[in-house]
Design a protein. Structure first.
Length: 264
C-alpha cells in the first residue's frame, strides 16, 4: 500500500501536477491548502508597522473578502483535483478557517462567506481529520489541527505577550489532551514541526527578528518522544523542508508542495 504525503500546497496546482499520482492508495495533506498571498501580505505588513511604532493598516471589507476567497477558491480547486486519484485526508493549517471562525469573520466584515469545512466535506473522497484518529486499512493516522503552542509565544515574544500567552495556553492544553488520547499511531499529521526539528525560521519573507528562531511545537515533540509514531508529517516552516529522526520516528517537513511516498 502506498500513501502519498504532500506538504502545504498553498493552491499551487502547477507544482502538484508534477507529482505522479497513479497507484496511490491514500493522500495526506499537512494543511495550508489554499493560496495565502493576500492574507500573508496583509499580516506581515502590519507586523512590520507595529515594530516601527506605526498604526495598523485597516483593510476594507472588500479587501478582506478577496483575501479569504483567494484561499477558498484555490483550496476547492486543488482538493477536487487530488480526489480524482485517491481518498484525501487533510488537517487544517493556519490558513484554513473553521465554520465558527468563518461565521465570526463574515459578521465582522459584514459580507457573506462560504464555509470551507462544509464544502470540503461535501466532496467525495475527502476526510478532514482535525483532532481525530483515522484508521485506513489498519494504519492508525492521527490528525492534529494547527494551534499556537506556548513555546512559540516564548520564542517570538509578540507585543501582546500576556494576552497571546493566555490564548496559547488554552490551545496547547487542548492539543496535549488530543495527543494523549491518540496514544500510539503509525502516522501523525500535524501542521508545525516538533520544536527544534526542521523548524528554524530562515526566510527572507519573515518579519525582522524572526530569523533563527524555532517555530515548532514542544507539545508535539513531547508526544513523539513518549509514543514514537513511525512517521510525523508536517510543513509550516517551508524553508526547512527535509527529514530527520527523533529516536525511531522519522519526521518529514514537506515544505510547500514537497512530498514523500510511504510504503506500508
Amino acid at each position: 500500500m502506498k500513501i502519498l504525503a504532500i506538504g502545504d500546497p498553498h493552491g499551487n496546482l502547477k507544482q502538484i501536477n508534477k507529482i505522479n499520482l497513479k497507484h496511490i492508495d491514500l493522500i495526506l495533506l499537512t494543511g495550508d491548502l489554499g493560496s495565502s498571498n493576500l492574507v500573508r501580505k496583509m499580516s506581515f505588513d502590519n507586523i512590520a508597522r507595529q515594530k516601527q511604532g506605526l498604526p495598523k493598516l485597516e483593510y476594507s471589507p472588500r479587501q478582506r473578502k478577496l483575501a479569504f476567497m483567494e484561499s477558498y477558491n484555490s483550496t476547492i480547486k486543488l482538493i477536487k483535483y487530488l480526489a480524482k486519484f485517491a481518498p484525501v485526508y487533510t488537517i487544517f493549517g493556519n490558513v484554513e478557517s473553521s465554520n465558527a471562525e468563518t461565521r465570526e469573520y463574515s459578521q465582522d466584515i459584514g459580507l457573506k462567506l462560504p464555509y470551507l469545512y462544509n464544502d470540503l466535506k461535501s466532496i467525495s473522497g475527502i476526510r478532514i481529520i482535525n483532532n481525530v484518529v483515522a484508521n485506513f486499512n489498519g494504519i492508525r493516522i492521527g490528525g492534529l489541527d494547527y494551534f499556537v503552542d506556548t513555546s512559540w509565544i516564548r520564542e517570538f515574544k509578540p507585543s501582546d505577550f500576556n494576552k497571546s500567552m493566555a490564548g496559547a495556553k488554552r490551545e496547547t492544553d487542548k492539543a496535549k489532551r488530543i495527543l494523549r488520547n491518540f496514544g500510539s499511531l503509525d502516522i501523525l499529521v500535524c501542521h508545525q514541526p516538533p520544536y527544534g526539528i526542521l523548524d528554524k525560521v530562515t526566510s527572507k519573507f519573515a518579519p525582522k527578528g524572526w530569523n533563527g528562531k524555532h517555530a515548532g511545537s514542544k507539545a508535539i515533540l513531547d508526544y513523539v518522544r513518549k509514543y514514537h509514531p513511525a512517521y510525523v508529517l508536517c510543513g509550516h516552516i517551508h524553508e526547512n523542508e527535509g527529514k530527520a529522526n527523533i529516536g525511531k520516528t522519522r519526521v518529514y517537513n514537506l515544505g510547500t508542495g514537497g512530498y514523500v511516498v510511504l510504503d506500508f
